[in-house]
Design a protein around this ligand. Structure first.
Ligand code: A3P
Length: 349
């Protein structure tokens, strides 16, 4: 009698236990303390092994997988020492700054040049637009030597809006990482005008037409969409062309306005995009009140010096006729909105 009742009790207990364990997730089943400790030990060892590998760039097969904003100053100084090991070689670029001219491409090149994991050509090579006939070997020779672990890069700001470049770049590497600095289109157009005007007056002694005459078609009184200083600012049109070849993940858009105000924020995003350690930390940037722009701190031996971009960058802009300004803003607005939809991000211009 007692036995039966005991069995019943046992049976009841087992049934309830089985139901409960079926309802619970499998990891919730009874695990001995020893197994639990073993699991914790494995997780801790995995974290200890993965973190340094990730920080040194070896595990960054995806741009977002490492170097998120949490690299501490100590970690950064450990990982960000100048690379010395290995034999330097010439190789084709893995990433390019393709434009947009007068949007801040020089500033991005200048900042990345300070990065120990980047070797970037010091001048625009214009290979994919004007020098293509010179061939790949010629191009390679124009590029800087890079150590193992360093990225080779080049910046030519006309690649973005040139018709021939996308196909040529794709043929060199369908994995190319493409950086596009964009700036409020009217500001960029004005900057382009000043650049061309100054260049022309160096070579010719002619009166350069005022900005307003350049951008407004005298017959229609509307914005001249075919004008060479307007065309590069139609970001939507060019972006669509690049997206016919490259997936959106291969393109990174830098906010040129924010690059002026908070360069460290934009540079950090580029480091993440390139999958390189976060070395260009906020403390490396100093604002120069004389220049009105950020410059960078550089160690020269034991001395620390501040390096800024040359005077050709950061010029004063002329005042634009308010009516022309209104027409320009209205002209770019629909293109900007389409551009935001295309890339899934707004710049609020
Ligand atoms: P402005 O000269 O019109 O102000 P690019 O290098 O593509 O030609 O772009 C030039 C623009 O970069 C400059 O245009 C300037 O506004 C911008 N810029 C961004 N950061 C800068 C910096 N730290 N120093 C100087 N110019 C900078």
């Amino acid at each position: 009698m007692i036995m039966v009742s005991k069995d019943k009790v046992h049976l009841l207990y087992n049934e309830t236990d089985a139901e409960m364990s079926a309802a619970r997730p499998s990891c919730y089943r009874k695990v001995s303390r020893f197994k639990k400790l073993g699991c914790i030990f494995i997780v801790v060892v995995a974290i200890l092994l993965i973190t340094p590998a990730c920080l040194s760039g070896r595990l960054c097969w995806h741009e977002q997988s490492c170097y998120l904003p949490t690299v501490s100053v100590q970690e950064s100084s450990m990982v960000c020492k100048k690379l010395k090991d290995g034999r330097p070689v010439k190789k084709f670029p893995e990433a390019l700054i393709i434009g947009v001219r007068k949007a801040g491409t020089g500033a991005m090149r200048f900042y990345l040049d300070m990065h120990p994991y980047v070797e970037i050509a010091s001048a625009e090579i214009n290979f994919f637009d004007f020098e293509y006939e010179n061939g790949y070997e010629w191009y390679k020779n124009q590029l800087p030597m890079a150590l193992p672990g360093q990225l080779t890069m080049e910046k030519t700001s006309n690649y973005f809006h040139n018709k021939k470049t996308v196909d040529r770049i794709y043929n060199m590497s369908s994995n190319m990482k493409l950086i596009v600095v964009v700036r409020e289109p009217v500001e960029r157009t004005v900057s382009d005008y000043i650049q061309r005007k100054l260049k022309k007056s160096e070579s010719d002694d002619i009166d350069y037409p005022p900005f307003e005459n350049f951008v407004i078609d005298s017959d229609t009184g509307e914005v001249d969409a075919s004008e060479k200083i307007i065309k590069p600012s139609i970001y939507q049109k060019h972006t669509v062309k690049w997206l016919k070849y490259f997936p959106l993940e291969n393109l990174h858009f830098v906010d040129g306005g924010n690059l002026i105000l908070n360069p460290y924020e934009e540079v950090k995003k580029v480091e993440q995009f390139l999958g390189i350690p976060h070395c260009l930390t906020k403390d490396k940037f100093v604002f120069s009140s004389t220049k009105g722009f950020y410059c960078i701190k550089k160690n020269k031996g034991r001395r620390e010096e501040t390096k800024c971009l040359p005077e050709t960058k950061g010029r004063r802009h002329p005042a634009v006729d308010p009516e022309v300004m209104r027409k320009l803003k209205g002209f770019f607005k629909p293109y900007n909105e389409k551009f935001y939809r295309t890339i899934g991000r707004s710049f609020n211009w």
